[in-house]
Design a protein around this ligand. Structure first.
Ligand code: AP5
Length: 211
């Protein structure tokens, strides 16, 4: 199964990705996570991406495309993958189509998680993650129950109100236009991302039934 999760920042892509990748036994490939690991490791790619990410800007297409094309060619992605945060621009969507065509495989579905802008900032500024497990929490919507976990939670560098607003503007300007591209291919599945995470998980599962 080859799947893509698309949606605005804070739509819940990372939150839903675990259940999907576990359910289909496919790797969860998050370009945001890959870029954050590169920033942390101070690799040349990370140094190039750091400033753009902190501002809420996109990292240049050529950098991200090279990274993803290499990642999906890895052995663990042979039987499928869940892409989260890629593609984010029309050139990225076209580069992915070319890479898959060259490999003789095709995408099965693109899940679009729809959440209105007015809910996004609250979700983003309250987000915390566990540096040990990678699990995503929220101060109000999904607080950590274990005090030891709660004490070690961290906030992402780009989860400020300013960077969030910049990311949302980028989403509407550059990422939303890829939606018609996948709609025309007949593989777009729209999912309402408003509601408890478990409710959204059931909607995603329903949207993928029969794919
Ligand atoms: P990336 O890490 O991909 O960030 P994003 O797309 O902005 O998405 P987020 O991770 O912010 O949100 P999410 O949808 O995963 O939401 P989550 O589940 O955490 O990218 C970061 C940066 O990297 C980009 O800005 C860019 O610079 C760069 N980059 C990445 N990919 C790139 C590419 N392809 N090209 C160029 N640059 C790229 O949920 C958010 C919060 O809400 C959490 O606290 C969660 O607990 C809570 N929550 C989740 N679901 C619900 C719910 N149903 N109800 C209430 N709260 C909920």
């Amino acid at each position: 199964m080859r799947l893509i999760l698309v949606g605005p920042p804070g739509a819940g892509k990372g939150t839903q990705a675990t259940a999907i990748s576990t359910g289909y036994a496919i790797p969860h490939i998050s370009t945001g996570d890959m870029l954050r690991a590169a920033v942390k490791g101070q690799t040349p790619l990370g140094l190039a991406a750091d400033a753009a990410m902190k501002r809420g800007d996109l990292v240049p297409d050529d950098v991200v495309i090279g990274m993803v094309v290499e990642r999906i060619a890895a052995a663990d992605a042979e039987r499928g993958f869940l892409l989260d945060g890629f593609p984010r621009t029309r050139p990225q969507a076209e580069a992915l189509s070319t890479a898959l065509r060259d490999a003789g495989v095709k995408l099965d579905a693109v899940v679009l998680m729809e959440v209105p802008d007015e809910l996004i900032v609250e979700r983003i500024v309250g987000r915390r993650s566990d540096p040990v497990t990678g699990e995503i929490y929220h101060l109000s919507f999904r607080p950590a129950q274990d005090p030891e976990v709660a004490a070690r939670l961290v906030q992402r560098a780009d989860d400020t109100r300013e960077a969030c607003e910049a990311r949302l503007a980028k989403y509407h300007a550059e990422t939303a236009p890829i939606v018609p591209y996948y709609e025309e291919l007949g593989i777009l599945r729209r999912v309402d991302g408003v509601g408890a995470p478990k409710e959204v998980e059931l909607r995603v599962a329903a949207a993928l039934r029969g794919v």
